[in-house]
Ligand binder design. Structure first.
Ligand code: SAH
Length: 226
């Protein structure tokens, strides 16, 4: 069973994305184990201090090296990890290829930053991979960690059933997914394309490929050049 350990200064922010739908199902099925670690529990100071002012001055607190080190160390003593990932905006942006790779890797540690970020010495010495979820800044790494986990977990064999297969989703072949429709076939004179009701599987496949291509060319031409 794959283990994902998430280290956070505000673990309460992590709860809801993991408490329903596919991530919960993966945990319930014991395909993946996801644990939250409250950084405060790894602070040795009486006041459970985990952040401090930055050297050199400037606004914003920085998560300290010691509690983070203690937590990573504690985890590494119990198990082996393929990657120690830090969620941070100044890093390569997450894509499906990275998610595919991480879904078949071993156990993962994911570090969520807060405030100004984490002490650079953690990044330089203990982090093996850094991932951003896009060119914008959020308050903490919890939502990015949940985004990363969701994208990974749904790809682990046995998590999705055939009806929700990940292989036909956008990006798997550097192409966006075609439009989808469901019952009723006509609603207030808004009709589903005839071809989808034709029962001709070859024709349907061709139509979907064509739509995918047109959509990708229009919205994300960069994907077609990959
Ligand atoms: N001072 C940093 C931003 C810190 S934001 C900078 O300018 O680069 C606080 C925390 O939120 C970060 O440590 C990181 O864990 C998380 N975070 C914010 N935006 C993110 C993004 N786009 N992708 C991944 N993590 C992000």
């Amino acid at each position: 069973m794959k283990k994902i350990e998430i280290i956070s200064a505000t673990p309460e922010l992590l709860k809801s994305p993991f408490s329903g739908s596919i991530m919960k199902r993966a945990v319930d099925k014991k395909i993946v184990q996801i644990n939250f670690h409250d950084l405060k529990n790894y602070s040795l100071s009486k006041k459970k201090q985990i952040d401090d002012y930055q050297f050199g001055g400037g606004s914003g607190m920085v998560l300290m090296i010691e509690p983070m080190f203690n937590c990573i160390n504690f985890l590494k003593k119990q198990d082996k990890y393929s990657e120690v990932i830090y969620m941070t905006p100044d890093a390569p942006i997450l894509n499906q290829k990275m998610s595919n790779k991480l879904s078949i890797s071993g156990n993962l540690i994911i570090i969520c930053g807060h405030y100004k970020g984490i002490d650079q010495r953690i990044r330089d010495n203990f982090v093996t991979m850094e991932i951003s979820i896009g060119d914008y800044v959020l308050s903490g790494g919890e939502l990015p960690a949940a985004v990363l986990c969701d994208s990974i977990v749904r790809l682990i064999p046995g998590v999705l059933n055939d009806e929700t297969s990940a292989l036909t989703d956008s990006f798997q072949d550097n192409i966006l997914a075609p439009p989808v429709y469901t019952r009723p076939s006509s609603f207030n004179e808004l009709d589903v394309p005839d071809v989808l009701l034709s029962g001709d599987l070859k024709k349907i496949e061709n139509w979907r490929e064509k739509k995918s291509f047109e959509k990708t060319k229009k919205i994300r031409p960069d994907l077609l050049n990959k």
